[in-house]
Design a binder for this molecule. Structure first.
Ligand SMILES: *Cc1c(COP(=O)(O)O)cnc(C)c1O
Length: 387
């Protein structure tokens, strides 16, 4: 077999060289004015992000996790409160609930789209109401892998049950639902600019979007030690959760290239679909939506098959990743939060069959083809081995 150079899962050096001049100009501007905390780039970024999503307010913060934490703090979520969220997501979604002393209630996901299941959510809310002393307070919907959560259904449930609805959009900035960019589906939408996210900075970063002016004021206060009108008026317990000016500068430069990157991600997704759909289960699209393609995950028939595909890819220099090998309710840190008998069959099984393929705008057509060819060779060999 000819040994081609390995493909990168996230090629930051290549991204760097593509965007180098624009990023450098922005960083140099910060180095000239030296306003490293809450410099003008932070506000410029907030305005650009709000306009991009059509949201009234954007508050740039230190990470996607802090954004979620602040959304719950503003709601005064605490001990005795139940917050509903999918079991199949990154740990940060649940972590913030426990940090505030509240109880995460894990909800199963849809087997086709992997998004939170509204039907299971309704069941879990009923169980908390009937069988516990907990006070149901909020739902965190997650736009998993770049596709939207079922927001119409989640809003209907939140309204009926009088729950606050939050959108963890860490993986889906740039995605759209019913023809509009994500960012206005819930009371507050949280973003992450971790380097591997669709809009990735060069360090940690995040933001909160909201259409509610008083919430926006509250978030600004929480971001900076609960300050009031002046820095030394302390109205509440807050955080130091500001976004560095340097990160805002990098993100502003990257935002200029973002639509082209999204288009490239979509092109790659379509090429994978066409090349793989007869040998693997390719991603089911959420109806009337556009994914931001943070992650492109296929499903193999079973664990042995997934593992052998991953090995075949590895042998050919193609990286892959498993998001998420274990549902949150099985994680050691979360085991004590719920009845150990709970069963969330879809979340429990997805991790045994799922595999994320390289998905980043830096991939060349030849590299995409190599991923497809490697998977097809694996499928042919696996079929022959079964004969
Ligand atoms: C990345 C991520 C977060 C956390 O974002 P950070 O910026 O890394 O703190 C939260 N939720 C989901 C679903 C994520 O993928």
């Amino acid at each position: 077999m000819t040994q081609s150079p390995p493909i990168a899962f996230l090629d930051l050096p290549k991204q760097q060289s593509r965007l180098h001049d624009a990023i450098r100009t922005r960083i140099d501007a910060v180095l000239s004015h030296c306003r490293f905390v809450m410099g003008p780039e932070v506000e410029e970024l907030e305005q650009r992000l709000a306009a991009y999503c059509g949201a009234a307010h954007c508050i740039a913060v230190s990470s996607g996790t802090d954004a979620l934490l602040m959304a719950l703090m503003a709601e005064e979520i605490g001990p005795g409160d139940a917050v509903f969220l999918p079991a199949f997501t990154y740990t940060a979604t649940a972590e913030v609930v426990l940090l505030l002393g509240a109880t995460p209630v894990f909800v199963d996901v849809d087997p086709a789209t992997f998004q939170i299941s509204p039907a299971d959510l309704a069941i879990r809310i009923g169980q908390v109401q009937e069988g516990t002393e907990l006070d149901p307070r909020a739902i965190i919907g997650v736009d998993l892998f770049g596709q939207p959560a079922p927001w119409d259904e989640l809003r209907a449930i939140a309204e009926r049950e009088e729950l606050a609805l939050f959108a963890d959009c860490a993986q889906a900035f740039g995605g759209a639902y019913h023809g509009r960019k994500l960012g206005r589906e819930a009371r507050a939408t949280t973003l992450s600019f971790f380097p591997s996210k669709p809009l990735g900075g060069y360090g940690d970063g995040g933001a909160i979007l909201t259409d509610d002016a008083s919430l926006a004021d509250l978030y600004r206060s929480l971001r900076s030690h609960g300050e009031g009108k002046t820095r030394y008026e302390v109205l509440r317990i807050g955080l130091n959760a500001r976004l560095d000016t340097l990160q805002a500068a990098v993100l502003l430069a990257k935002l200029d290239a973002f639509e082209a990157e999204l288009a490239r991600r979509d092109e790659i997704a379509r090429a994978y679909d066409a090349g793989l759909r007869d040998i693997l289960q390719t991603p089911t699209r959420v109806a009337d939506s556009q994914s931001a393609w943070a992650v492109y995950s296929v499903l193999a028939a079973d664990t042995a098959s997934r593992d052998s595909l991953q090995q075949a890819l590895r042998d050919a220099g193609v990286p892959s990743a498993i998001y998420y090998p274990m549902p949150l309710h099985w994680q050691p840190a979360y085991r004590d939060t719920h009845d150990s008998a709970i069963s969330l069959p879809v979340a429990e099984s997805l991790g045994t069959r799922i595999l994320a393929l390289p998905m980043q705008p830096e991939l060349t057509d030849m590299e995409v083809q190599r991923v497809i060819d490697t998977a097809r060779t694996w499928a042919t060999q696996a079929a022959e081995a079964r004969l």
